[in-house]
Structure formats: C-alpha cells, structure tokens
Design a protein around this ligand. Structure first.
Ligand SMILES: Nc1ncnc2c1ncn2[C@@H]1O[C@H](COP(=O)(O)OP(=O)(O)OP(=O)(O)O)[C@@H](O)[C@H]1O
Length: 638
C-alpha cells in the first residue's frame, strides 16, 4: 500500500454525523460570532445578520479587497448557514426556558431566620417575617423550589445505537477551511479493495488539532467526489484544486485508540535527511535532524516511522522520523555498500614511533618534561608535564592520519538514538566528571590549568601513569604514578586506562582509578582526553559532562594566537605557524563533525579571559542544573 501526504492547506470547522443525531463542533468563526452577535441574535436572528454580512463581503469582492473572496466563500458555505439555523433554534429554546433567580432559596431563608434571631428587640415586622419563614409550609415550598431550580431541563438527544445496521454506518462529515498550513495527515490506498484510508495524522498538525480525522478512517468523499478506486495522487489533485472549504466524508475507524502517548526523549546519534530517503512515506512530513539533536518522540505506535519534535521546540507540529529499527537496517545496508577499510590504528605498544626517536628534536629546546609551574598554593597540578602532553599530541596526529574512518558513527552497529532523561545531581552525590576535548593547540590545557589554579581545592586533574624512571625531586602519585612496564601492560590488558600511549620509549596514560580517586575525594575531576576516549568514560558512575573547546573563526584565531606559544616534539614554546593554525582549524572541524553527538556543550575559545569565565559558569550549570543524560546512566551506577 502506498502512503501519500495530504499537503493541501486546511483548518478545522465543523463536523456532522448523518445518522440522525448531530455533533456540532463550532468553528472559531462561530465562537467569535456568538460572542459579538449574541445580542443581535435576540432581536433579528443570526441568519439574517449573516445574509447582510455576505452582501457586504460580496461588495468587497467586487472591489478586489485582499482576502474578501476567501471570506465570501466561507460565509456562503451551506454548512455555516445550517449551523446558524441550529444555533438560532437553541437560542430560541433558551429564551423560552424560565430560569430561577436563586438556585438555593432555602439557604437564604435560613440566613434571614438566624439574623432575625440575633436582633435584641425585634420589631413587629421582623417577628412576622420570622414566623412566616419558619412555618413548615413555606420551608417545604422553598425546598421544592430549589429542587426544580437545580434540575437541568435542556433537550436530551438520543444516544447513537450501539449496534447499528451494516447499511447505516456513522458517517462523519468534516469541514475544513484551507489556509497556508499543511493538513498534517497522510493517506494510503488498500490495493485489494481500492479504498483510501487516513494513514497517519501528524501530532500537532491541523488534522490532529481538529480532533476529527484519525488514522484508519475510511475516506468516502472529498468535496462531493467519491474517492473509492482513485489513486492517492488523484485525491490530492481534488484537494489541491478545491478552494475555500473542503468537505471530507469519512467512516471513522472503529478500533481507534484514544490512549494519550507519553513522549520519550532521545538524542540522535546519526544524521538524517528525509529528502534523501526514498523509503519515507511522505518526505514533506519528514523531519531532518543531525547527531546530538534532542528529540521529543511523541508517537512510536508505528514500528517503522515515529513522530517527533526537535527540542527546543518552536513548532507545534511533529515530523516523521525513522524508528530505531528502520535506521539500524539502513545503517546495515550502508555498511555493506562501503569499500573495505583496513584499520591501521592498532599498533603494538612497543613499536617505536617515527616522531619519538628524539633525533628530530631541536637541540636548543630539548623537551625536559617540566611543567610551566607544577605547584599552586602548595598543591601539585598533575597532568601538565611536557612528555605526557607530547605523547597526546603525537598520538593524535598518528590516529588522525591512519584511522579517519574509525569513528563511532561509521559503525554499522552504533545506536541511532540514545534515550535520555533529565538528571539533577543531588548535593550528596559525586560531582560529574568534566571532560574537555578539542583540537591539539586550541587551548584545552590552558583552560584546564587556569581552572584548576583558580580553585585547586575544588578542581583537580587525575595523576597520570608512566613507565619513565622517577627523577630527583619527583614523588610517585604526585607528578606521575611511576610504574613498571609490566604493571602498565597488565593495566592495559585489564582495561584500566581511559587512554594510553608511548612517547620516546616510555608509556604514559590516564587510568580510570586515578579519575575515581579525585571524584571520591569530593573534588571535581577535570580531564582532557582524545575525543575517542569519551566512549570509555561514558558510565553511570562518572556521568561525564563533555565540553568541546572549539577554535574561533580563522580571523580571530590569527589575532588571538599572535603571541601564543606551543610545544611540539621539535621544540618547546615556539610561535604558531600558519600551518599549525590551518591544521588546528581543520582538526577542530573534523572532531566536531565526528563526535558532536557526545558533546553536552560547545565553548569557542576566542578571548582567553572570556572563555575561562564561560567555562566556570558552564561547569557550575553542569553540576547544579538539570541536564539530559542517557537513561541507562540513571538506572545503573556501575
Ligand atoms: N584564547 C586564547 N588566546 C590566546 N592564546 C591562547 C588561547 N588559548 C590558548 N592559548 C595559547 O595557545 C597555546 C596552546 O594552548 P594549549 O597548550 O592549551 O593547547 P592544547 O589545546 O592543550 O594542545 P596540546 O594538547 O597539543 O598541548 C598556549 O600557549 C596557550 O597559552
């Protein structure tokens, strides 16, 4: 069965059933009229008033007044005249119905009796009033009055018979007024019977808001044209050609479910564009999204196509998106079509690095493995040593060259959506792990260092591990955890490192234990990792909050980094070259494109001072304000 989007424009007006009784759903127009012309109706009748307005509007049509034609068609519609006749009957009925002045006269009588009783020296009239009201006859009379006054004597319409004969199906007539909004419904044709059905109603669209059209409703007529046997495209043509109002005759779907669906929140882990998807039932109703977008999925009743809105939401109407299983099968298809990629990123630990042999290092600027200043307020800033940073820098480059396809989103098995929920950290809970990622040289370490220096009793970095020999003045557990190569390799085998690598024959790494240690001490742990390591850190226990440090615009990058210095494996503290800046911009773009679904926020490192202030307030919000986290993190705390 093909499904097609009803893309003409309409709005709800009224509906009638043809089985004797009527349901009147007054349009906005009628509501306005009833309030403004109620008084006029008492005297002249609304029908007469409508005729005179139609005459006036007719003159406006002759004068080519903008919109007058549409209004004239609307006001001349037979259904509106019929509706107003019904309204007049109801008004007349209301006028003839006596209405009580007081619905509860007995209450007033009791109030008067108790007031008179309290008078110190009652007058003769007061005494007479008291005996009158207190007499059983008057009390019985008032009580009978109240019973009658409180009864509703409105006309009771007979209910629809439960079991209607087959030849007398309840037909719903839905009258809609064309405007510039899409109807928000799709139709499909049953290939066996040729019948046209409403396939789906888009949440928040006009059809949904009218409450008159539902999935499964059988479309019988459109503007008086029987549609059985027509192709969906032909039905659409009728709709496109119609002007003013559109009349649908539908047989409601008896099995309609009235259950209100609870929205589910998902983070998109893949990109999707409905215009490039030939399998979507209606591309016009589709909603594009990209990785990292937060989606409010309002309808999952169809296993293949869900309905969702993008948050923060600016439109009331939902869009069609592929369900998780539909996206997964698409991913699998794509994966099989990809050319085979040989991954070269897996290298033995002991393989010497071409950049690591030391012969390339500038003799004048030998790397000494010293940090600018290791100590602040008597507290050591761990993780800022040059060798450790250089290992990160070289491993970055190597991976980038050799393994551009090795990203989470290229995997056929990656989850297309991640269910999320709002999480508010309680004061007694551990702080969330703060993860900074960014292109090499963009300023991740600078920002991290400034943050820790600002308040070392709150912010702290994990102490890295290394196999390089301890030097005089160093302490294990302060600059590094100095361990043997065997122990390091044992930890690697046991997945105890967030990331690790080799630099000039020595191994360096950040262990999960070191991160835990900071968190357990009640501090806020700030780590700077390669983007691919985010995956290792994404656990319910650490609840990482990932901040992507982004390079500013090319002009601002050149302006702000004019006096900045970087360390490379060739030299320490040299100025940025044009090549460095181009590489940084390129890498920044690449990282964002590949990993943005894991970022909680993006911070542009333009002016250093401003970036630092922003970082502080971002971290405070991350810890104290409600944030979206994967549902699995709130369930398990492993
Ligand atoms: N916004 C900025 N304005 C000016 N200079 C900056 C800014 N941010 C960082 N810098 C400077 O740029 C240089 C490189 O920054 P940093 O050492 O933090 O890089 P990084 O991102 O940690 O890269 P790597 O991990 O390769 O060392 C430093 O000298 C730093 O002071």
């Amino acid at each position: 069965m093909t499904e097609i989007c009803v893309s003409y424009c309409a709005s709800e007006a009224s509906t009638l059933t043809e089985s004797g009784s009527f349901i009147v759903k007054a349009s906005f127009l009628l509501i306005v009229w009833t309030t403004t012309m109620r008084q006029a109706a008492m005297e002249d009748g609304v029908s007469a008033m409508l005729s005179s307005v139609v005459g006036d509007v007719g003159q406006a049509v002759h004068r080519n007044v903008h919109g007058a034609q549409l209004l004239h068609e609307l006001l001349s519609a037979p259904w509106l005249h019929a509706l107003l006749k019904i309204y007049e009957c109801l008004m007349q009925f209301q006028r003839l119905t006596p209405s009580p002045i007081l619905p509860y006269a007995s209450g007033l009588s009791h109030e008067i009796i108790s007031t008179v009783q309290k008078i110190h020296r009652p007058s003769a009239e007061a005494r007479e009033l008291y005996s009158l009201l207190d007499s059983p006859h008057i009390q019985a009379l008032l009580s009978s009055h109240d019973i009658v006054a409180q009864l509703d004597y409105g006309p009771v319409l007979p209910p629809l018979p439960d079991e209607m004969p087959d030849d007398e199906e309840a037909m719903r007539i839905v009258c809609l007024v064309k405007n510039n909004q899409p109807l928000g419904a799709t139709i499909r044709r049953d290939e066996e019977t040729g019948e046209i059905f409403i396939a789906r109603v888009i949440h928040g669209g006009l059809a949904d808001r009218s409450g008159l059209l539902h999935p499964g409703d059988l479309l019988v007529e459109v503007n008086g044209n029987p549609v059985v046997g027509l192709e969906p495209e032909q039905v659409i043509q009728i709709l496109v050609k119609s002007r003013g109002t559109i009349l649908f005759k539908v047989i409601p779907n008896a099995a309609q479910s009235s259950s209100s669906l609870k929205p589910v929140y998902m983070r998109a882990m893949v990109d999707y564009c409905p215009l490039q998807d030939s399998s979507i039932p209606c591309p016009d109703a589709g909603m594009a999204f990209s990785r990292g977008d937060l989606l409010e999925v309002v309808d999952q009743s169809d296993g293949q196509w869900w309905q969702a809105k993008k948050l923060p939401c600016t439109v009331s109407c939902a869009g069609l998106i592929p369900s998780a299983s539909t996206l997964k099968s698409k991913q699998r298809e794509q994966w099989w079509c990809q050319p085979l990629q040989v991954h070269t990123c897996i290298r033995p630990l002991t393989l010497p690095d071409e950049e690591d042999d030391g012969t390339l290092a500038d003799d004048k600027h030998t790397v000494t493995d010293e940090a600018d200043s290791d100590v602040t307020d008597g507290i050591y800033l761990a993780g800022f040593r040059q060798s450790f940073r250089l290992w990160r820098r070289t491993s970055y480059r190597r991976r980038r060259q050799s393994c551009t396809s090795c990203s989470p989103n290229s995997s056929a098995l990656s989850t297309p959506y991640e269910e999320v929920c709002l999480y508010q950290r309680l004061p007694q809970e551990n702080h969330r792990l703060i993860v900074l990622v960014g292109a090499s040289g963009v300023g991740v370490n600078e920002l991290r260092k400034r943050l820790i220096k600002l308040n070392p009793s709150i912010f702290q970095g994990p102490v890295p591990h290394t196999t390089r020999p301890i030097r005089p003045g160093e302490q294990t557990g302060r600059e590094y955890h100095f361990v043997t190569k065997e122990l390091f390799e044992y930890m690697v085998c046991n997945h105890r490192f967030v990331e690790y690598g080799e630099y000039r024959g020595h191994l360096y790494g950040t262990s999960t234990d070191a991160v835990d240690e900071v968190v357990k001490r009640g501090r806020m742990c700030i780590v700077d990792v390669e983007p691919r390591s985010i995956l290792t850190l994404r656990t319910g226990k650490l609840k990482p909050y990932v901040i992507f440090i982004k390079a500013p615009s090319p002009e601002r990058l050149r302006q702000t980094r004019r006096d900045a210095r970087i360390i490379t494996s060739y030299s320490v503290n040299r100025a940025f070259t044009e090549e460095d800046l181009l590489e940084m911009e390129d890498l920044s773009r690449l990282i964002e494109a590949k990993y943005k679904q894991f970022f909680d926020i993006v911070l542009v490192n333009d002016d250093l001072q401003d970036a630092c202030i922003q970082l502080c307030s971002i971290i405070q919000e991350a810890q104290d304000e409600p944030q979206w986290i994967p549902v699995s993190w709130s369930r398990n705390q492993e």
